[in-house]
Design a binder for this molecule. Sequence first.
Ligand code: PEP
Ligand code: MG
Length: 325
Amino acid sequence: RRRRLLPYRNLPSVTADGASVELAANIGSPLDAEAAADNGAEGVGLFRTEFLYMQHDALPGEDEQFEAYKSVALRFHGRPVVVRTLDVGGDKELKALPLPKEDNPFLGVRAIRLCLNRKDLFRTQLRALLRASVYGTIKIMFPMIATLAEWREARALLDAAAGELRREGVPVPDRLEAGIMVEVPSAAVLADLFAKEVDFFSIGTNDLVQYVMAADRMNPELARLNDPFHPAVLRLIRGVVEAARREGKRVGMCGEMAGNPLAVPLLLGLGLDEFSMSAGSILPVRALISRLNRSEMSRLAEEALKLDDPDAIRSLILRAVPGLA
Ligand code: PEP
Ligand code: MG
């Protein structure tokens, strides 16, 4: 199978009717960047930076982070590398940063909430990212954004860090693209407002599904609820893509759904620009996309969004796209 897919490694991701999308990789360390590039990733759609913070007993300093971000930026030769700022707190513990126990960690002081409380920590990461961004195309992405105020504060802190570095004589780009993960339902509902201010969206379906359905993503008992094909989830995705479109902003997805062959026809039809997934999924998804028509998939998505049941939606896709199962 790998042999059959190899020709797709150096090909662009284009549908049979000529629509281009971007297939990027989710990575968790500079080492993963190698596997991503080997598998034909056109960029990095999600660089989870937690590894830097979880591997030691001490918090990583600015220089250590700079080296990690720089190596990934260089590896991708100017192709976009979307780096997500620290997403810990709640259930993910850091030895170097003891956090108070919470009754509902997934609804607690997590990700951007923690970073806005601990600006010292956030500033170190932003400075490292800004310094690394002259070695390639780094885009910064803030996780768990729920309100416009959080986004604006994060963006302002990024701009402040850039100003600080410039005054120190450190080269930083004139403007750095920054966007948000859409993984909290409030952000999806307010996507029209966010789209006016951010540079891009990336839909994080792993968390978005759990929050929309109020079902713990780790609990196998709730698998029926934790379903990205649920019409409630699909309507939100459609709304986010349309909001981005209207403002001319790019919209990607970095949740597991983006690499699911059954979801790809639907997401293509909804108008997603970038699909970010684990390295091993890239070639199969590129091969799949090459035999789909975007125009047909738009009609398929329209039909799918009229249905009220996830299984019916899956059956519709399986009937429309032969050879998927
Ligand atoms: C998501 O929530 O969909 C996502 C990509 O982030 P993580 O899985 O790291 O929470
Ligand atoms: Mg998430």
